[in-house]
Write a protein that binds this ligand. Sequence first.
Ligand SMILES: CC(C)(COP(=O)(O)OP(=O)(O)OC[C@H]1O[C@@H](n2cnc3c(N)ncnc32)[C@H](O)[C@@H]1OP(=O)(O)O)[C@@H](O)C(=O)NCCC(=O)NCCS
Length: 136
Amino acid sequence: MTPETLAKAHQAAFTITRPWSAAEFAGLLDQRGVILCGDARSYLLGRIIGDEAEVLTLATDPAFQRQGRAQTVLATFLDQVKADAGAHVFLEVADANTAAISLYNKAGFAKIGHRPRYYTTLTGDKIGADVLRLTF
Ligand SMILES: CC(C)(COP(=O)(O)OP(=O)(O)OC[C@H]1O[C@@H](n2cnc3c(N)ncnc32)[C@H](O)[C@@H]1OP(=O)(O)O)[C@@H](O)C(=O)NCCC(=O)NCCS
């Protein structure tokens, strides 16, 4: 998938916080430990360094949502983390994003913290983020 494809799908999916640009995706894909799971319909960008991993972003094109795709790409990423001997997976998610929080809770993530005013919404408001962790 090209950075342009990733940015297009991000723009379609993200309705609360700002979608990422193709340049931002290109920069991340160049970084050490960054991996991409899934396809243009649903993908996860993550990072695995040592025994720690991070979900950087996860998006399903609205035309393909509620088909279990995000669950599948998340499971693929978690399998990769385990294969690389990762022990902890961290992520931040907007505290208003009940769909994503439900998805992460089902995968075994638990809330370990909260960052107030962490994200800026598309309308310019500041909203908080929950910090979630999964430990194998
Ligand atoms: C969150 C998101 C990735 C889910 O993608 P998806 O492919 O539709 O998710 P799945 O079909 O795999 O759903 C798995 C579970 O997530 C939860 N979920 C997904 N969409 C939901 C919704 N609209 N409302 C409530 N729960 C939802 C449910 O628990 C669901 O299980 P169920 O279908 O058995 O009820 C998608 O809605 C999206 O791209 N949102 C915008 C971007 C985003 O918020 N990314 C995550 C933050 S980084």
